[in-house]
Design a binder for this molecule. Structure first.
Ligand SMILES: Cc1cc2nc3c(=O)[nH]c(=O)nc-3n(C[C@H](O)[C@H](O)[C@H](O)COP(=O)(O)OP(=O)(O)OC[C@H]3O[C@@H](n4cnc5c(N)ncnc54)[C@H](O)[C@@H]3O)c2cc1C
Length: 293
């Protein structure tokens, strides 16, 4: 069953996110990870779009390979950064010609050193503009991003939610979150979205913590809250056991979300299979995401 049909039917989806590596060693690791993740019967695998440079063209190559060689539904991320409309049209056409059915339409971050996002003169300033463009000219299914604890640049949570509604109005069919660790903030956010008429399925982006050093970086990059209870849980054993405890924390977080009606779980695998495999196994042991007979 296509993942969009599962989402429409209220059946939770399980997906994984990869990125195109910058060097040959990274590709070796990625192919190993892809092999492991393929065995998990993902509903889809998404591939991120680089901020610039040579990895960008690799996104299309990689999603095409996942779709056509591995037979796994795939989704390409695409950003407005540095692209004119004509360039975006060409990329979207290549996706469709390559048999890719899904795109995660994003604005992208300002380049390093810039505080504000400057759109390409012939491009788009917001993800909602890109979504409208895709919807009018392509048959691709469109996803978008959301931020349960507010996007870093947003003036307020209210305005951020209003712009999420605009993404839905312009054609987004589902939405995937920025990483978060505090489910309560997500539930509050979802309730507020419901009052604003946002009905598209909410997929949770889940990041398994590998080491404590990552936490400050996550907070700095995304503005997510780092709950003290999580830090205490992750720190309770030896430094070597943090990744194991990260798997346990993420598994419990997913179970709570699934019990509370999340539409899907999207694991940020960071091209490493171990935590994603173990979280998936934990969820399957509890009866979630059963494999087709
Ligand atoms: C699941 C997920 C996957 C991601 N994948 C990638 C990736 O592959 N590559 C990458 O470079 N980045 C990726 N990102 C990061 C993303 O590009 C950044 O978070 C970016 O800063 C915002 O993108 P957006 O699509 O949410 O933008 P937008 O929806 O355009 O929002 C950006 C900001 O502008 C505001 N805003 C939105 N619309 C309007 C409007 N019409 N008028 C005024 N203000 C508005 C919003 O409130 C927000 O503060 C991903 C993020 C997530 C959550």
């Amino acid at each position: 069953m296509a993942f969009i049909d599962k989402l429409s039917a209220g059946i939770p989806t399980l997906s994984y996110e990869l990125f195109p590596p910058k060097n040959p060693a990274g590709w070796g690791t990625l192919y190993g990870t892809l092999g492991e993740i393929s065995k998990l019967s993902p509903d889809y695998i998404s591939v991120t779009y680089g901020a610039g440079g040579s990895t960008r063209s690799k996104t299309v190559d990689l999603v095409a390979r996942i779709q056509n060689e591995l037979g796994i539904e795939s989704m390409a991320h695409l950003t407005c950064v540095g692209h004119s409309r004509d360039e975006l049209r060409d990329i979207l056409a290549t996706l469709e010609q390559s048999g890719i059915g899904n795109v995660l339409a994003l604005r992208g971050d300002p380049p390093k050193g810039d505080k504000t996002f400057k759109p390409h003169p012939q491009g788009f300033a917001h993800a909602s503009d890109l979504i409208k463009f895709i919807k009018s000219d392509f048959k691709l299914r469109i996803g978008c991003a959301y931020y349960p604890e507010k996007h870093m640049e947003a003036a307020s949570l209210e305005s951020d939610i209003a712009f999420l509604k605009l993404k839905q109005d312009h054609g987004a069919q589902f939405t995937i979150s920025q990483l978060f660790f505090d489910n309560e903030s997500f539930y509050r956010f979802r309730d507020r979205c419901a009052t604003q008429g946002i009905t598209m399925p909410f997929v949770a982006g889940i990041m398994p913590v590998l080491n404590l050093g990552q936490l400050n970086r996550f907070k700095e990059l995304s503005g997510c809250a780092i709950p003290e209870s999580m830090v205490a849980f992750l720190s309770a054993g030896s430094a070597e056991s943090v990744a194991d405890r990260g798997v346990e924390f993420a598994s419990r977080q997913c179970v709570d979300l699934l019990k509370n009606g999340i539409a899907g779980i999207h694991l940020y695998s960071l091209n490493q299979s171990s935590s994603s495999v173990r979280i998936t196994e934990n969820l399957r042991k509890l009866g979630y995401f059963p494999l087709a007979a």
